[in-house]
Structures are given as structure tokens and as C-alpha cells.
Design a protein around this ligand. Structure first.
Ligand code: ATP
Ligand code: MG
Length: 327
């Protein structure tokens, strides 16, 4: 199932409850695809990165080669927020009058701590890496943060899009009003903005703001459409055969499908062996009964079970052995 998805899609997201094995399964799938000859980029979107630990090397914000055909990068939330705010600042400075510079600066300082800023910055970085990945790689694998965060992230392009749309509508109203007051008219058609260089600086500013908003809107639209394109992108839910992760997986499934994201499969990781002593056999039986209670939304998904390993899963060799189990 995982290899199938890795062959048929251009981007795969791995998500699920904390600690179930998202990073391990995402890395294993990426490795298996790279071995099969695909050029793969693995991206960790989780601020608490484990990708470097798993690959036994430091990774960081730049794209590094992990092995033949396989590249990795970790989104650095702090640096991403700084970059994001710098870009927003540049935009604001370019459209606001000089005397409001202090105001803009204060606004940016507050934004750094504001709820949502982190998420917006990470989302923009994901959007960039998705575009870059689709252009330069055969497959992009996203190792995501625990469920709640990721489900919100997937819904965000739509939310941001509506938000920008609202801003544009408000601006349009105020522009029309301002133009009427001044006895001026300008073309507000989004595709045919009139260049008014040398004209009223206020109108020029309004048009620049509108152009910036339209660019942002089109970026979010592209991201949303890409995330919803099941022929390109699919989401794999990783879980353990335990009550809480299964409940959280069912919730994640609902949230993802509500956002229009295709859920391509379910990985049940860390299955206890039935033939390694009575303790593990008992656990196995408990897992079986948990899986039997899984809601039909999840049981309807293509599923793969991965065994509990005796040792730690770390380094390419261990990942390679794990990857052999995917086929
Ligand atoms: N099948 C397995 N058998 C044994 N250990 C495993 C298995 N899968 C993962 N692990 C181990 O479990 C731990 C958690 O795995 P991993 O980091 O992949 O989970 P995660 O879902 O990415 O966690 P987080 O939510 O913190 O990002 C790691 O130490 C990993 O080596
Ligand atoms: Mg992880």
C-alpha cells in the first residue's frame, strides 16, 4: 500500500497521534521510494524534529542529501517566522506612508507572539517546499507534527483564502467609495488593474495593496487546490493498535476529509508478535480487539501493519530493514 502510494502520488503527508511512528514510517517510505529509483525529498514540518536523529545526522533548514536519490530538510519555525515577518514588513513598509513606520514596526513585534503567526509561517514554508518538491523531485514526503496541528494546517489554506477574499471585498468597497468621493474611476477588475503611476498616490497605494492581496490569494488557492488533488497528494494516517491513537486517527480522518484531502491509507505500527511469549501474545489479543472496534471510516482504508521491532529504529540500515517489510 505505501509503495503503491509512493509510486502513484507526487506528495505524501504522514500524520497521527504523538509518538505512534510518523517520522519512522515517513522515512521508511521515503527510503523505499528512493531505492526504487524515485528522487525523493523528505520534509519535517514538526517543530520537535526527529528526522536528524533517525538519520543519525544533523539536517536543518537547508536541503541535504541523505543518500542516493533521497534528500531531507527540517522546517525551522523560528527562522521561518522571522523570514515571514520580514517579508510582511517589507510589504507593509512599501504600502504604508512614512509617518506610520513606527506603527508598522510595533505591529510586527506584536505579530511575532500572536496566535497563528507560527502556523501561517510554517504553512507558507510548506507551500514553498511543495512547489519546489513538485518541480525538482519525483516525490515529496511530509513528516508532520501530531494530529491536531496538522489537521488545522490542512484546513488553513481555505481559511486564509476566505480571509484574503474578505479583505479584498472590504478594500473594493472603500476604494469605490474613495474614488466616488474624488470623482475618479478606476478599473477594479482583478485581471485588469490599471496602472496609475504618477496619479493620485492614494489610489496607487490601494492598487498595490490589492495586487499584493491577489498574489497571496492565488498562492493559497494553488496550495489548497494541490492539497485537494488526490491524483497528486495523499495523506497517510499512522496509528498504533491502541484505543487513544485509534480514536485520534478517526478524528483526524474526519478533519482531513472535511478539508477535501484524500486519505490514502492507514498504517498500524508497532504490532506485537503473537508468537513471542505469553505477555506479547496477550498484548496482541488486546490490539486485535482494539482494531475490531475501529470505525468503518478507518477500516475502509487500505491498511498496512508494521511489527513492533526489538531494537531502536535509527540509521539507514535499520530503516532499510524496516523498508523491506513494506512490500
Ligand atoms: N515499529 C516500531 N517498533 C519499535 N519501535 C518503533 C517502531 N516505530 C517507531 N519506533 C520508535 O518509537 C519512537 C517514536 O517513533 P517516531 O519518532 O517515528 O514517532 P512520531 O510519531 O514521529 O513521534 P512524534 O509525534 O514525537 O513526532 C522512536 O524511538 C522510534 O524509534
Ligand atoms: Mg515525529
Amino acid at each position: 500500500m505505501l509503495l503503491n502510494l509512493a509510486q502513484s502520488r507526487r506528495a505524501l503527508f504522514f500524520g497521527g497521534k504523538g509518538g505512534v511512528g510518523k517520522t519512522s514510517v515517513a522515512s521508511t517510505t521515503a527510503l523505499a521510494a528512493a531505492r526504487a529509483g524515485r528522487r525523493v525529498l523528505i520534509v519535517s514540518t514538526d517543530p520537535a524534529h526527529n528526522l536528524g536523529h533517525l538519520w543519525q545526522r544533523s539536517i536543518g533548514a537547508d536541503i541535504v542529501e541523505l543518500r542516493e536519490n533521497l534528500y531531507g530538510t527540517e522546517i525551522d519555525p523560528e527562522a521561518t517566522v522571522e523570514e515571514h515577518l520580514a517579508a510582511v514588513g517589507e510589504t507593509l513598509y512599501s504600502v504604508m506612508p512614512e509617518n506610520l513606520r513606527g506603527e508598522v514596526k510595533r505591529h510586527l513585534e506584536l505579530s511575532r507572539q500572536a496566535p497563528g503567526t507560527h502556523e501561517a509561517a510554517i504553512l507558507e514554508r510548506i507551500a514553498d517546499l511543495l512547489v519546489l518538491g513538485l518541480r525538482d523531485f519525483d516525490l515529496v514526503v511530509f513528516d508532520t507534527a501530531p494530529s491536531g496541528h496538522t489537521a488545522r494546517l490542512m484546513a488553513l489554506p481555505e481559511i486564509m483564502n476566505s480571509w484574503v477574499e474578505g479583505l479584498l471585498r472590504n478594500r473594493q468597497k472603500s476604494e469605490k467609495f474613495a474614488a466616488a468621493v474624488r470623482g475618479l474611476e478606476h478599473d477594479t477588475n482583478r485581471d485588469h488593474l490599471v496602472e496609475t503611476r504618477g496619479q493620485d498616490p492614494l489610489i496607487e497605494r490601494d492598487l498595490r495593496i490589492r495586487r499584493i492581496l491577489l498574489r497571496r490569494q492565488s498562492r493559497f488557492e494553488t496550495l489548497r487546490d494541490t492539497l485537494r488533488d488526490a491524483s497528486l497528494v495523499s495523506f497517510v494516517i499512522v496509528t498504533n493498535a491502541e484505543r487513544m491513537p485509534v480514536l485520534e486517527s478517526a478524528q483526524l480522518y474526519e478533519q482531513l476529509t472535511a478539508s477535501g484531502v484524500d486519505v490514502g491509507g492507514l498504517v498500524v505500527n508497532r504490532r506485537s508478535p503473537a508468537d513471542a511469549g505469553s505477555f506479547l501474545a496477550e498484548r496482541r489479543a488486546l490490539e486485535d480487539s482494539t482494531l475490531e472496534l475501529m470505525p468503518s471510516t478507518l477500516t475502509g482504508l487500505p491498511m498496512v501493519e508494521l511489527p513492533l521491532l526489538p531494537g531502536e529504529l535509527s540509521g539507514e540500515e535499520a530503516l532499510g530493514r524496516f523498508a523491506d517489510l513494506l512490500v
